[in-house]
Design a protein around this ligand. Structure first.
Ligand SMILES: Cc1cc2nc3c(=O)[nH]c(=O)nc-3n(C[C@H](O)[C@H](O)[C@H](O)COP(=O)(O)OP(=O)(O)OC[C@H]3O[C@@H](n4cnc5c(N)ncnc54)[C@H](O)[C@@H]3O)c2cc1C
Length: 468
């Protein structure tokens, strides 16, 4: 191989000698992949095909000790570091050109303790895998809504899913993490140990270290009432106005999301997707006004396993498509904002682009705003314009449409945004990361970054910059 050209932390270039690379390889229990190696191309690919980057080195970590060695090697050789969990983040920070990718996707161990109602999982685990193990005991922890998403990035950014009304976000159910910090130490962070770090990993993303183990609180979760009530686009304004008042009075057991999407017949529609987690007969009564309004053109809401609900919309999100998302938090869902969405969706340029209106209240909303680094406890609505399509030739047109709708919604934005819905840094700008946290939380995060990662080793993320 000879010398290997690499990218430094600040974006410069340098070379690693063959001996340095060989030494690193023999230090790892997992594989070290270089361009041209078998499996390299597969390992560098992430969910969003719009991100097509070629790291100089991919360390496929087999355990926490590999992570320590990779962090130490990166620090000693001034390498640009990226961290890959499930590889689902649309911003694509899991991979870089010329850097070291610390790839956790092979770290898949899961241990469930049914008596204590806890689970420990490594950072390569997806929600499908964790749900499968916990549901075998009739338990679950709140996760995301697409099973192929990684638990790691989702939990570290907050974690919005179907159980948020009753049990809060994914990060609200973290009991502890094992984490490798920039200086190569392995720490436990929990309410008792390194509590400041524990605050930061619950919303602050991968800024403070690499989590090698997540410990979650589990809850009994049996059958849920799930599915969608689907309305023609012409009725979307009335249905969303009804949705807005209906949701205000609903119990924690019910979580609903409104989605503008295109039906299999090619018609633009508004779907109200629901999950009622509680006594099913009570759920039927709670959902009655929602299911009678309109009435819907179709309604497939029925009792189902939680894992079936989790995979209900998975087929719409295949890995390897082009993805461009824009998002904003709204304080309320005004008639004007509804009108903008309904009218613009009539011109949606691809049947796979969706506009999601998430409503959050209940347990997720009751967590005190400064208890975790996820600050959106009082935000009721998130708008996510989720652009996904198979062919790169459509990028310009589809990105233009997503951006156009997002711009048109700016007058209604609260100014905040959920950090896990942010696009690439080049697209968003540093001020959007600050907006994702607000000044108070952002200030605390900077202080924590100064303490745990003052040289910004972990910078390929929605980056909290340390004070120079
Ligand atoms: C189809 C789809 C559906 C989604 N649905 C939801 C949803 O329902 N709810 C929701 O809240 N979000 C959702 N998201 C957003 C999701 O939360 C983020 O994309 C999240 O970052 C994915 O985590 P990952 O581990 O798969 O991604 P990665 O791309 O692997 O990781 C994202 C970033 O997290 C950091 N990171 C990852 N692992 C670690 C680790 N072990 N230690 C430290 N830092 C780490 C790194 O900075 C990395 O760049 C969805 C995304 C997609 C693409």
């Amino acid at each position: 191989m000879g010398n290997l050209g690499v990218t430094t932390r600040e974006g410069g270039k340098r070379v690693l000698t063959q001996a340095e690379v060989d030494g690193f390889r023999s230090d790892l229990r997992g594989a070290l992949l270089l361009p041209g190696d078998d499996g390299y191309d597969e390992a560098r690919r992430i969910y969003n095909a719009m991100i097509d980057k070629r790291p100089a080195l991919i360390a496929r970590c087999a355990g926490a000790e590999d992570v320590v060695r990779a962090v130490t090697f990166a620090r000693d050789h001034d390498l640009l570091v990226s961290v890959r969990g499930g590889g689902h983040n649309i911003a694509g920070n899991a991979v870089s050109d010329g850097g070291l990718m610390i790839d956790l996707s092979g770290m898949k161990s899961i241990q469930v303790d049914p008596a204590e109602q806890t689970a420990r999982a490594e950072p390569g685990v997806t929600w499908a895998e964790l749900d499968k193990e916990t549901q075998a005991h009739g338990l679950a922890t709140p996760g995301g809504t697409i099973p192929s998403t990684g638990i790691a990035g989702l939990t570290l950014g907050g974690g919005i899913g179907w159980l948020k009304g009753k049990y809060g976000l994914a990060c609200d159910n973290l009991l502890s993490v094992e984490i490798v910090t920039a200086d190569g130490r392995q720490l436990t962070a929990s309410a008792e140990d390194n509590a400041d770090l524990f605050w930061g990993v619950r919303g602050g993303g991968g800024n403070f270290g690499i989590v090698t183990s997540f410990e979650y609180r589990l809850h009994p979760v049996g059958k849920v009432l799930g599915g969608m009530a689907i309305h023609p686009l012409e009725k979307a304004k009335d249905v969303l106005a009804h949705f807005r008042t209906f949701m205000e009075g609903t119990p924690d057991e019910l979580v609903c999301t409104a989605v503008f999407l295109t039906s299999p017949d090619g018609d633009p529609v508004l779907a109200i997707a629901v999950c009622y987690h509680g006594a099913l007969d009570e759920g039927e009564a709670v959902l009655k006004p929602l299911r009678e309004f309109g009435p819907p053109a179709a309604d497939n809401i029925a009792p189902m396993d939680y894992t079936a609900l989790q995979s209900m919309i998975e087929a719409a999100f295949p890995s390897g498509w082009q993805n461009y998302w824009k998002s904003d938090a709204l304080n309320d869902l005004s008639d004007e904002a509804i009108e903008v969405m309904a009218e613009r969706f009539a011109t949606v340029p691809a049947p796979t682009i969706a506009v999601i209106v998430e409503y959050t209240a209940g347990a997720a909303g009751r967590v005190p705003v400064d208890a975790t680094a996820f600050p959106h406890r009082e935000t009721r609505y998130n708008i996510l314009i989720l652009g996904t399509w198979p062919d790169a030739a459509d990028n310009e047109r589809n990105i233009g449409w997503v951006r156009g709708l997002w711009q048109a919604l700016q007058p209604f934005s609260s100014g905040g945004v959920y950090v896990n819905y942010l696009a690439e840094a080049a697209d968003e700008g540093a001020e959007r990361i600050q907006a994702a946290y607000g000044p108070r939380t952002y200030g605390r995060l900077v202080a924590l970054k100064n303490k745990y990662d003052p040289t910004n080793l972990f910078r390929l993320n929605q980056n909290i910059k340390p004070t120079p």
